[in-house]
Ligand binder design. Sequence first.
Ligand code: NAP
Length: 343
Amino acid sequence: MATPNENVEPAAESTTAPGESTTAPGESTTSVDPATARAGYSRRRLIGTGVAGVGAGAVAGLVGGVVLGRTAPSPEIHPGANQRFAGKVVLITGATSGIGRAAALQYAAEGGQVGFCGRRENLGRDVERQIRAAGGEATYVRADVRDESQVRQFVDTVAERYGGLDVCFNNAGITVQKPLHEYTANEWDDVLATNLRGVFLALKFQIPHLRRRGGGAVLVTSSSNAISTSGGKAAYAASKRALVGLVQSAAHDYAAENIRINALLPGTTKTDFVRRLAGAADLPDVAWDVMAAQFGKSSVPGVGRLATAEEVAAFAVALTSGDFPYATGAQMVLDGGKTAYAG
Ligand SMILES: NC(=O)c1ccc[n+]([C@@H]2O[C@H](COP(=O)([O-])OP(=O)(O)OC[C@H]3O[C@@H](n4cnc5c(N)ncnc54)[C@H](OP(=O)(O)O)[C@@H]3O)[C@@H](O)[C@H]2O)c1
């Protein structure tokens, strides 16, 4: 992998949660090994190619033996004047970290009652605690989006607890990156089961609740890779592009029932997902900051930086508010201009 983003060169990279099985309960075991996701290849490429020009040396020095936790520091909750989600119930898949986590905090800060899932229970409980400590309302439910019964239970638990559903942000996703012929069938299936089937299942169980409410807003996290991509990402790009088709068709299914369904296409965003791809999961935060800043400069012409989870979340929150009632079936790109550049 050359770059710590979704546009990575072929390498045996997986963003599957550390220590997590890549297999839904009851399914056969896959061979995806989270440890491979942190193979030194990416880091060596980044440092070796001078991408972290500030500091190949500095980074290498920092790397020396220092191992930090992989959890990003907690974003702050900034309760705004806006309370666009007061009285609304918001469900998010994949909010134990990254974009989903930032969105959970923002929805709660704007008055939403937030139910969210993810497999890493300790992180889920942290997010729940943080929101409640700030005076918001949130419930974490451990659920794996690959598993039909877990998704059903998650959706129904949130709807039951808060009396319905108004907004759904189907955001959980992973990647495994390598040349196409090197994927095992299980690796391929795992990416598609999480990114595509997981969204299908979530929507399948969300729609009846949204109908009962007389409408609602759904946002599905696709990726700028749905528009343009690069080698090593056959499974990821296929899944994210397929999501656009899913969203377009589903938007037609339910537009007359006042249910808006859109796709969010973020560009490279500075989250643990990208950090793992960069092989920087166990580097000190400061080293990762240097790598990410240099990569933003080299890979996003013009803007010259990666997106933050908080700004992608702010876009998601706005898109699912009542501010854009005419938007449905759309691909909402937030990529710093990445897909607009030819070179
Ligand atoms: N970062 C980027 O550059 C970028 C760009 C475009 C699109 N995206 C998309 O944005 C979404 C969020 O990614 P992120 O960057 O915020 O990375 P992240 O921090 O790794 O977040 C991924 C989230 O998905 C959850 N998840 C993964 N597999 C799951 C499963 N089987 N069941 C339930 N939850 C699962 C993870 O929770 P657990 O691990 O706890 O299960 C985590 O909460 C993904 O769909 C990703 O493809 C990211």
